[in-house]
Design a protein. Structure first.
Length: 144
């Protein structure tokens, strides 16, 4: 379908629904951008583009854990709490240090950047083995 553009002149619009007008095609295309920001964040900010997992089950676990983390940070953005506001104090040039999910994420990264999570993956037995921070093996067995 040919559409008219005020600056560029004529444009070719492709759609699988031949009944749509050029305006409806453009509006439908514009609606898809509301979800693009989420995919952009998942790929670039949450590491989903580096999903190096080898099985479907592991990939599902990665996605679930990633989305739980994403959701928790979004929810923390709505919490009116002094601790959450302190997470956003890493950018002194920002006026009033706004509490946003992105600022909370950056604050958490500053706290946890030294935690070597990728080193906890045991390639030989293909298991995730974080260190035992509780102390002895007996303490860990009691808490399970």
């Amino acid at each position: 379908m040919m559409g008219a553009h005020s600056i560029r002149g004529r444009a070719l619009l492709l759609s699988t629904d031949a009944k749509l007008t050029p305006e409806q095609i453009i509006e439908a295309y514009g609606e898809r951008w509301s979800i693009e920001s989420m995919f952009n964040q998942l790929k670039l900010s949450w590491g989903l583009k580096e999903a190096w997992q080898q099985t479907r089950q592991t990939l599902h676990r990665w996605v679930h854990l990633t989305l739980v983390g994403y959701g928790l940070i979004q929810l923390l953005g709505y919490l009116d709490d002094q601790t959450v506001r302190q997470l956003c104090c890493h950018s002194p040039w920002r006026k009033d240090n706004p509490t946003t999910a992105g600022q909370i994420r950056k604050g958490l990264l500053l706290i946890f950047h030294h935690v070597p999570v990728r080193q906890w993956w045991n390639r030989k037995c293909r298991k995730f083995e974080p260190p035992n921070w509780r102390g002895s093996e007996q303490d860990a067995a009691i808490s399970v």
